[in-house]
Design a protein around this ligand. Structure first.
Ligand code: CA
Length: 227
């Protein structure tokens, strides 16, 4: 899952980036409304954190431009304390949720998890696929109740597939959602991560859809691996 942070306060931006990266997200950031608008317009984010008071172009205008262009990415706005009119303007511009400054990182993370989950059509924080479960709030992955230890990148790949289970996800799509903008991307590494994930999970849930990508689905109860 990849997140864009648009915030002009460098300390707060740094803290949010660190907290989000620590929680397993790929993170890009922008320090003004124009750059933020450009990134949100051109890169495929799973959620966006948008400060309303920004230089060059204010947050509400940025959001309105995205929504007018048909962008459906969940957006969480950062508002000033007692800024009720700002909140109303933010929601009217197309915001999905907000936190009021100052806030606890835990609250920001919890709200983002909920936004990302709901945007993918899941109501519960625990995502499951047959014997595999991934708890988005604890980042715990289990197979038949047994803990499975994954590296950060393996977790990112599995989390994206779990959020989009039963859908075909291309290698390009995975690459775009597990790496930030500055990362030197190589879509061949996705194959390596998938191979390791299959081995670690030990169950047949990641199907290769030839020429298209991967699809997560429940293992065939008959254990038929042909075709
Ligand atoms: Ca600001």
């Amino acid at each position: 899952m990849r997140i864009l942070v648009v915030e002009d306060d460098p300390d707060l931006a740094r803290q949010m980036k660190a907290a989000l990266a620590g929680a397993g997200y790929a993170v890009d950031s922008a320090a003004d409304g124009e750059e933020g608008h450009y990134l949100g317009d051109t890169e495929p984010y799973d959620a966006i954190v948008l400060d309303l008071g920004l230089p060059v172009l204010d947050g509400a205008s940025v959001l309105k431009k995205w929504r007018r262009a048909g962008k459906k990415t969940p957006v969480l706005i950062l508002t000033a304390r007692d800024g009720w009119s700002e909140k109303v303007a933010g929601f009217d511009a197309g915001a999905d949720d907000y936190v009021t400054k100052p806030f606890r990182m835990e609250e920001l993370l919890a709200r983002l998890r909920a936004l990302i989950r709901r945007a993918a059509g899941h109501a519960s924080p625990a995502l499951t696929c047959g014997p595999v479960s991934l708890d988005t709030s604890t980042s715990r992955v289990e197979v038949d109740g047994e803990l499975v230890k994954l590296t950060a990148q393996e977790f990112k790949v599995l989390a994206y597939l779990m959020h989009h289970r039963d859908k075909v996800v291309s290698r390009t799509q995975l690459t775009e959602h597990i790496y930030d903008q500055d990362f030197d991307r190589d879509s061949n590494t996705i194959e390596v991560f998938i191979g390791r994930l299959r081995k670690k999970l030990g169950v047949d849930v990641i199907e290769t859809v030839r020429g298209l990508g991967y699809r997560l689905n429940e293992p065939d109860p008959k254990g038929d691996k042909s075709g």
